[in-house]
Design a protein around this ligand. Structure first.
Ligand code: UDX
Ligand code: UDX
Ligand code: ADP
Length: 480
């Protein structure tokens, strides 16, 4: 029986290993983590992450060929294939701070593998890492090898949160990079055999190590770039009277461009896009490619601009002051169908509004109150981000309350800001919401989820990203 061990039971490691276990009954899969609470949660009925379809998959194979454990060394030493899926945040100190990936967790995982291994291993990079990390890991392992042979593979994960299970079951492609030596090719084949249990062969791409590592950074940079492109257009649409939904529909019909990933929004979030682009920028700079670095940096600058623009729009529409006014925040997660708040645009928007002394009542169907408070009080490290640099004032925390539902969040509010595209926000009783709000009642839709005409008929003053402006907003001072 082939044994797989995955180090890191997070958003990537957990769902990926569950789907491997489900599709490969002949393989034993053990997911290990240093976090005792995370592993206990995986072993309970209340999984540590919310992901549609995940419960069902885990239920079917947990205890059969899928296990979660904190006994890291035992399972690493017994495994044939070790996936490393630990976190790789952006460095906050020292050389490359604000851009380079922090590989501390990766390095400690690699050293631990070298310490406990007694047989040959295939070590698979799952987390996104800078190009040439595999080489560094290879060096750590071989210099501590005690005669054991290691093959390093790069097998980046392309799943998106909220659709992880369907992405894993039907991936657009599986990418495996490895050394082009006989042993390297054997290792690639061994990993290919795992995926071949359910992924059609023509969707499994093999490349050299560095192409695989760079492809992951490139894919995320291209995706984020599409969003910054459409978001930049949304600003121009508002200025000219064009409708960004019509523009992106027309643009997306070009088969060379395609219709997906063209939704204008308050900004992209998530653990990957910003981090991976900053990483790409750093790699370009290290290679003397300043123009290329600046080109990609602009994708993040436009994203920051979009979040700022939204805050400015809210404040300027409401007579240039939100001080003391209650604003209902609808949605805090970085996208729908996840409880994840990493890099969510809601953090910056809320901090921006709190900076103008608004009172916020925040509702999200999946994010816990603790998480929201933590996100808003944590002094996040910013790359060159004016909003982040403002520490939250001690009174700031008191300006925030967490609501149980959208109706409570909007009660007596002057405005609503929709920051996550949860389906339930499309079908709320907006008449009831309007009746319970202060007048004039504003809706600022950062995700293009509401029916603008219907809301205007009810009496709301509506702003929706990239849509022709409400006559009210047109007469307000221009926003930067
Ligand atoms: C373009 C648009 O494609 C077309 O829709 C619009 O109506 C007019 O402008 P055109 O300039 O005729 O058409 O040719 P196109 O095929 O788009 O190529 C433009 C340039 O981009 C060429 O120099 C081409 O060599 C280059 N190109 C195109 C690349 O370098 N790489 C590519 O992948 C595609
Ligand atoms: C992303 C990549 O899609 C995935 O392939 C990679 O493995 C990890 O990073 P994820 O961050 O989970 O996945 O979600 P994604 O669906 O890409 O959304 C990222 C952000 O972009 C979200 O904040 C989302 O709301 C925003 N977005 C997405 C838009 O604003 N408009 C769009 O059209 C699409
Ligand atoms: P991702 O979104 O990439 O999956 P997460 O932060 O959700 O990232 O998951 C990474 C997991 O890796 C965390 O649960 C963390 O505790 C775990 N981890 C980090 N370093 C180690 C290590 N050396 N050994 C075991 N687990 C680790």
């Amino acid at each position: 029986m082939v044994k797989i061990c995955c180090i890191g039971a997070g958003y990537v490691g957990g769902p990926t290993m569950a789907v491997i276990a489900l599709n490969c009954p002949s393989i034993e899969v053990v997911v290990v983590d240093i976090s005792v609470t995370r592993i206990s949660a995986w072993n309970s009925d209340q999984l540590p992450i919310y992901e549609p379809g995940l419960n069902e998959v885990v239920k079917q194979c947990k205890g059969r060929n899928l296990f979660f454990s904190t006994d890291i060394e035992k399972h690493v030493s017994e495994a044939d294939i070790i996936f490393v899926s630990v976190n790789t945040p952006t460095k906050t100190r020292g050389l490359g701070a604000g851009k380079a990936a922090d590989l501390t967790y990766w390095e400690s995982a690699a050293r631990m593998i070298a310490d406990v291994s007694k047989s040959n291993k295939i070590v698979v990079e799952k987390s996104t890492v800078p190009v040439k990390t595999a080489e560094a890991i290879e060096r750590i392992l071989t210099h501590n090898s005690k005669g054991i042979k290691y093959q390093i593979l790069s097998n980046p994960e392309f799943l998106a949160e909220g659709t992880a299970i369907q992405d894993l079951f039907k991936p657009d492609r599986v990418l495996i990079g490895g050394r082009e030596t006989p042993d390297g090719l054997k290792a690639i084949q061994a990993l290919k055999d795992v995926y071949a249990h359910w992924v059609p062969e023509d969707r499994i791409i093999t490349t050299n190590l560095w192409s695989a590592e760079l492809s992951k950074l490139a894919a995320n940079a291209f995706l984020a770039q599409r969003i910054s492109s459409v978001n930049a257009m949304s600003a121009l649409c508002e200025a000219t009277g064009a409708d960004v939904l019509q523009v992106s529909h027309a643009v997306g019909k070009d088969s060379r461009i395609g219709p997906k990933f063209l939704n204008a929004s308050v900004g992209f979030g998530g653990s990957c896009f910003q981090k991976d682009i900053l990483n790409l920028v750093y790699i370009c700079e290290c290679n003397g490619l300043a123009e290329v670095a600046n080109y990609w940096k602009q994708v993040i600058k436009v994203n920051d601009y979009q979040k700022n623009r939204f805050v400015n729009r809210v404040v300027s529409s409401m007579f240039n002051t939100v001080a003391g006014k209650k604003i209902g925040i609808m949605g805090f997660a970085f996208k729908k169908d996840t409880g994840d708040t990493r890099e969510t645009p809601a953090i910056d928007v809320c901090k921006g509004l709190l900076g103008d002394k608004a009172r916020l009542s925040i509702y999200d169907p999946q994010v816990t109150a603790d998480q929201i408070q933590r996100d808003l009080t944590m002094n996040k490290f910013g790359w060159d981000h004016p909003i982040h640099r403002q520490p939250m004032s001690p009174t700031g925390v008191k300006q925030v309350s967490i609501a149980w539902d959208a109706y409570e969040a909007s009660k007596d509010a002057h405005a609503l800001c929709i920051l996550t595209e949860w389906d339930e926000f499309k079908t709320l009783d907006y008449r009831r919401i309007f009746d319970n709000m202060q007048k004039p009642a504003f809706v600022f839709d950062g995700r293009n989820v509401v029916n603008v005409e219907m809301l205007r008929d009810i009496g709301f003053i509506v702003y929706s990203i990239g849509k022709p402006l409400d006559p009210w907003l047109k007469n307000m001072p221009a926003v930067a």
